[in-house]
Write a protein that binds this ligand. Structure first.
Ligand code: F6R
Length: 620
């Protein structure tokens, strides 16, 4: 939530920062702002609304020349998304400009203290307080100038409760940008004669792929020719450098109307990439980033999967595979509820935290809680170097590449594949499957990119029905077994993109209440289990479809190709390739993604940036 960029180098900072913000807009898009240092002053511009409003305002303003600057794209927490509440915020002397991602929880106390000391606070934000706190800290130093902003930032951070990434500049220290982080993301990009600070590598990937992770409670000071990272206590910090493993083009739309359509189309490749390098020369599974020893994994007698939103749905599906292949009880919990449910955890409980961004604060806090209780934590993440893998005992990266659209698509499929690989690895270590059985499932997984490709080729009817239903107020989704989380995911996609009431139900629950919702014309999408391998459940779902049709529902049926029993009850039939039951979510979810995307587009919504949402949820 909120995207931040800082730059110190030889280029015009404004250009670099605005370009960086355009790559980070997915993180928040209700206002945007920039500040540039020039001629001993800080110049800034900020606007409510999307980045386009800011760039239009910049085009009308006097040029902001300068090679040191920062920028912000906002997802509002404190204060409505107005021009005054947009970042950056400045101090009374207008020397310092600050941008912030997160929430400062002791906001009220700090505001009262600053006002009592005579500071004039002109916005409703918690961020502005940091500018005034920095002002006091810098003023308290013997000689404002070289090095003082970083020292002031360290001191201020120790007075803040809550979560924050902060980036600041001070016109009296004109070569420097300072960033700090606690529980929110911040990375350094290292160029030649230029350095960057950003919430996400996407902001600087077109300039450099060399990056440095900033750890918890650390302050980074960047200049054109140096990067210094210290802990909040002023000691030099140990940092980890990494090379970004994707290209700038991966974060471009490449001719697609939306990032989401591009990311849906990329799924065959993403699934294939998630499987690359998972076996050794002898064909045995290996997970090189796992960091958990086989001895530790052999002792695991309970698994808890923690995640939010779409990643939670991936966890709900993974549970079936884990229990089936590993014979280990698996519980799946919403990360935001986990700590408060007094979970029963032991040293032999393995926690699997699934997160695309690796920054979701609910999941991060749940991971910390699990580790405090001495559980081993394995994360399944997409973003390298993000907080959740940093704080886990082991990690399996999903290798989906950058996911820019707010609604998760390729990350979901790769989370599923990665969780399946983890389950197979556990089965290998614990001896619950024969090697030949593991090989069979690996072959099934390797066939999935082709199966997803097949689905994508026949999306015409899905798009058609989506456009027909654009004016409907509500759509229901039904499924059983692994089809139930698929139904939940279909409903979530529709809610977030089309702003429609959408609910996913376990089809067997229909008769226990939801059937009362069925009325003539109500669209109901049903994920039908495969007819041969899940004959009993298949027939029960076919009965459910008859029940809702008898009450006038309009049925959109997702069923295996050639499933003659169900075809006759489908108002719209979406045929899926023939795949094993546990693989069905990989093909059944895709039409539901396309459905939501197309329907939202038909309604004229911004598919990539749905209202009120942001990609990386760094507040609890
Ligand atoms: C839905 C969506 C969200 C995320 C959730 C968790 O399309 O994108 O529900 O899945 O916020 O995010 P990560 O996976 O980054 O932890």
């Amino acid at each position: 939530m909120c995207g931040i960029v800082g730059y110190a180098g030889a280029r015009q900072a404004l250009d670099v920062v605005v370009e960086g913000l355009s790559k980070l807009e997915y993180r928040g898009y209700d206002s945007a702002g920039v500040a540039v240092l020039a001629d001993g002053k800080v110049a800034w511009e900020k606007r409510a609304g999307k980045l386009a409003n800011l760039t239009a305002a910049l085009a009308q303003s006097p040029p902001m020349a300068g090679t040191v600057g920062l920028g912000h794209t906002r997802w509002a927490t404190h204060g409505a998304p107005t021009d005054p509440n947009a970042h950056p915020h400045t101090d009374c002397g207008e020397h310092i400009a600050v941008v912030h991602n997160g929430i400062i929880e002791n906001f009220a106390d700090l505001r009262a203290q600053l006002q009592a000391a005579g500071h004039v606070i002109s916005s409703d934000t918690d961020t502005e307080l940091v500018a005034h706190l920095l002002e006091d800290e810098v003023a308290g130093q013997s000689a404002p100038g070289a090095g003082s902003l970083a020292a002031a930032m360290r001191a201020v951070c120790q007075r803040l409760d809550g979560t924050f990434t902060l980036v600041a500049v001070d016109a009296r220290d004109p070569d420097v940008v300072v960033g700090a982080r606690r529980n929110s993301p911040l990375v350094v990009g290292r160029g030649h004669g230029e350095n960057f600070l950003a919430s996400d590598v996407a902001a600087f990937i077109s300039f450099t792929k060399q990056a440095t992770e900033i750890g918890q409670d650390q302050v980074a000071e960047i200049r054109a020719d140096s990067v210094t990272v210290t802990n909040f206590d002023g000691t030099l910090a140990q940092v980890r450098d990494f090379v970004v493993d994707w290209d700038a083009e991966a974060a471009e739309k490449a001719g697609f109307k939306w990032f989401m359509t591009k990311e849906i189309a990329e799924q065959p490749r993403a699934v294939a990439d998630a499987l690359v390098g998972r076996t050794d020369a002898a064909g045995r599974l290996m997970l090189d980033e796992m960091r958990l020893t086989d001895d530790e994994l052999r002792q695991v007698d309970k698994i808890i999967v923690l995640a939010c939103g779409t990643a939670y749905h991936a966890g709900l599906i993974a549970k079936y595979a884990i229990e089936h292949w590993c014979n280990i009880p698996c519980d799946v919990q919403l990360a935001s509820e986990f700590r408060y449910s007094e979970p029963i955890l032991t040293r032999t409980t393995l926690v699997i935290a699934i997160s695309q961004s690796g920054e979701t604060l609910d999941t991060l806090m749940a991971v910390r809680h699990a580790r405090e209780q001495h559980c081993r934590v394995l994360s399944v993440c997409n973003v390298r170097g993000s907080s959740i893998p940093r704080e886990s005992d082991g990690v399996v990266y999903t290798h989906a590449g950058p996911e820019i659209a707010v609604a998760s698509t390729k990350a979901f499929l790769t989370q599923l594949v990665s969780c399946y690989v983890v389950a197979l690895y556990l089965a290998q270590v614990q001896g619950t499957m024969f090697a030949s059985e593991i090989d069979t499932v690996l072959d099934q997984l390797r066939a999935m990119p082709g199966a997803v490709e097949e689905v994508l080729e026949v999306m015409g009817p899905v798009r058609e029905v989506a456009r027909e239903l654009a004016a409907e107020p509500c759509v229901l989704f039904l499924g059983r077994h692994v089809g139930h989380p698929v139904a939940l995911e279909g409903a979530l996609k529709l809610k977030e993109l089309a702003y429609m009431h959408a609910e996913g139900f376990a089809a067997g629950e229909l008769k226990h209440g939801p059937i009362a919702l069925i009325e003539p014309g109500l669209p109901v999408a049903v994920v039908v289990p495969p007819p041969k391998d899940m004959a009993v459940l298949h027939d029960k779902v076919v009965s459910n479809i008859q029940e809702i049709r008898a009450r006038g529902a309009r049925t959109i049926v997702l069923a295996e190709r050639g499933d003659a029993k169900v075809a006759q009850f489908a108002d719209t039939l979406i045929e899926l390739p023939v795949v094993p039951p546990l693989m069905q979510p990989l093909v059944a979810t895709v039409p539901l993604q396309v459905f939501a995307c197309e329907l939202a587009d038909a309604k004229g919504h911004d598919v990539d940036q749905p209202r009120n949402l942001a990609k990386s949820v760094t507040v609890e």
